[in-house]
Ligand binder design. Structure first.
Ligand code: ADP
Length: 552
């Protein structure tokens, strides 16, 4: 600003200086021309008197160095000229000053020489005999005077320029200094600047407006941060070139990144091809999604373009944990495949037997055996379907099931009774130990749990083996333990026997009428009751399964 003011002042000073010089020169030139003209008139008058008195003799010995004198007859012929031969000169009747003098007694005029460097002033006086005396004097033109004055003009110009520079510098600093000293943080506290007060008031109002907007923005930002930092989903905001503008805590955990990733390209956090493709699509204005395995879990990534003013200003990336959903989906698929398979086998067997009987290919003495086969397969189907129905009920949730106070000891006694025949058939002795232990639960489910555990302990036992069912109280828990002296479960299978349709020995399980769903039902029922299951087993020696229920 100082420079601009300085330059403006210099330009103004220069313009004023040039205009003043031109004007003064013009006025002076005019003034001196007038003085010279007057001088010439007087001298022309004197010369006219001289010629009138002395005739042509007046010119003898006349000093005409500083001017030219011409005597022109009444008819315009030149009678005498101090500079040229009068006889060779043309008629002067048409000359301006001569014409004027002929008419009014006196005439004058000024003409430039051919070079324009000189100007000739003429003054003509009529004599009584009608002839005219004309005096001419050479005057320098403005240009010549200027050239002649070049040195002093340059000197004055130099002084003026230096003076202008110094003053302009001082003035510009003086003008700018108070502006620099303004307290713009508190514009209205600046005193002594009346001319600036509209500007200062405007600055003050704009500052207040800006502060209000900044506060509003901060509030919105805080709200946004509060919402996003408490989200379980990851949220990443990117600009159009893929730089991270904002990333919430959940996204930092999911992408295994830290806060320093803000301001960096998203590819420094995750370089996967899926991510690149996803963002590429979002940048073309399409909402796109993909699945990605991150930090050992399955995530769904949704990328939406952020459109502002018709342009894609960035991308909002949302990351959801879909591990549970995917697992459930996987389990559902496996379950459907397993159910179909499990149903198919007994149905094939039933269909095969029935076909043979229909075609009369079964001897009468074998009919009972075949019918027995059909019956046992149908029974298996019924068991299987009942187990599937139980499981699907458990999957739907057991909130609406009726809960009651249950004595595990008494319930175990009645389950042992219901399995008495099976135990007898398998030559297994079943013993109930312990005493009453109460829980708050769904009788049907708890009974099913004890049934399945006891049924397995009998089914997977050895001839003349034994099963011991113990009910006890351990601190806050009511504990049910089923131990057998059976075939046991190899360690590598122990963690999987609670999965649906998982069997250690498939053919043996089928042989003993297993569906592969018993322990799954036990696990789900335990979950409904917040109970913990513990399995201890040694192949060839036996298995012990303990269920700890919260005590009622
Ligand atoms: P199943 O209907 O086949 O018995 P379960 O889910 O009840 O299905 O059991 C799964 C598998 O776990 C069984 O097939 C069996 O191989 C094994 N298992 C369960 N209980 C015992 C046990 N008490 N002793 C030995 N193996 C067992």
């Amino acid at each position: 600003m100082t420079k601009r003011i300085f330059r403006a002042i210099c330009l103004v000073a220069l313009a004023v200086f040039l205009a003043s010089v031109t004007l003064i020169m013009g006025i002076l030139y005019d003034y001196f021309s007038q003085v010279q003209q007057d001088q010439l008139r007087i001298e022309a008058g004197l010369a006219a008197r001289g010629v009138e008195e002395n005739g042509a003799a007046y010119f003898d010995g006349l000093d005409t160095q500083s001017y030219r004198i011409t005597w022109i007859g009444a008819d315009g012929t030149v009678l005498f000229d101090s500079d040229s031969d009068a006889s060779t000169m043309e008629n002067h009747l048409e000359r301006e000053e001569v014409k004027q003098a002929m008419v009014s007694g006196y005439g004058h005029s000024a003409r430039y020489s051919s070079t324009l460097m000189e100007r000739l002033l003429y003054s003509a006086q009529r004599l009584e005999d009608g002839s005219v005396i004309r005096l001419a004097i050479t005057q320098n033109s403005v240009l010549t005077i200027m050239l002649g004055l070049i040195q002093p003009v340059l000197l004055v110009s130099l002084v003026a320029v230096i003076l202008a520079l110094v003053l302009a510098s001082r003035v510009s600093k003086t003008v700018v200094r108070p502006l620099n000293e303004l307290n713009l943080d508190e514009p209205l506290n600046n005193e002594g600047f009346d001319e600036l007060s509209p500007l200062l008031r405007r600055i003050d109002s704009q500052q207040r407006q800006l502060k209000g907007q900044a506060l509003e923005l901060k509030q919105k930002k805080d709200e946004f941060l509060a919402v996003t930092s408490n989200m379980s989903e990851g949220l990443v905001l990117l600009n159009s070139s893929g730089t991270i503008l904002s990333i919430n805590n959940a996204a930092l955990t999911i992408l295994d990144a830290d806060k320093s990733s803000v301001g960096q390209d998203i590819l420094t956090v995750n370089r996967s091809l899926e991510m690149q493709k996803l963002l590429e699509e979002a940048r073309t204005g399409q909402r796109s999604e993909t699945k990605l395995c991150l930090t050992g879990r399955e995530y769904q990534l949704d990328a939406s373009p952020i459109i502002s003013g018709g342009n894609i200003g960035g991308v909002a990336l949302l990351l959801f944990d879909i591990t549970e959903r995917e697992n459930a989906e996987q389990l559902r698929r496996e379950f459907t495949a397993n159910v179909s398979h499990e149903l198919k086998t007994p149905l094939h067997s039933i269909s095969g037997c029935a076909e043979l009987m229909k075609n009369g290919m079964v001897k009468p003495e074998d009919t009972v055996r075949f019918a027995g086969q059909i019956y046992s397969e149908a029974q298996r189907l019924i068991n299987l379907i009942e187990d599937i129905i139980r499981l699907s009920r458990l999957d739907e949730g057991a909130e609406d099931m009726q809960r009651e106070r249950i004595d595990l000891y008494a319930l175990s006694g009645s389950v042992i009774d219901s399995l008495g025949n099976e135990a007898k058939e398998n030559k297994i002795t079943v013993e109930l130990c312990g005493g009453p232990a109460f829980i708050w639960g769904v009788r049907q489910l708890v009974s099913g749990m004890i049934y399945n555990l006891l049924d397995n302990a009998i089914k997977y036992n050895k001839a003349d083996g034994s099963v011991k069912l113990t009910v006890s109280n351990e601190g806050e828990f009511s504990v049910l333990n089923v131990s057998d002296t059976g075939i046991g479960i190899p360690p590598e299978h122990q963690s999987r026997v609670f999965e649906r349709f998982y069997r250690v020995d498939k053919s043996h399980s089928k042989e003993v009428g297993g569906t592969g769903l018993g322990l799954s039902i036990v696990k789900h029922s335990a979950m409904v009751h917040n109970a913990k299951i513990d399995l201890q087993s040694t192949p060839g020696k036996g298995t012990s399964i303990t269920v700890r229920f919260p005590r009622a």
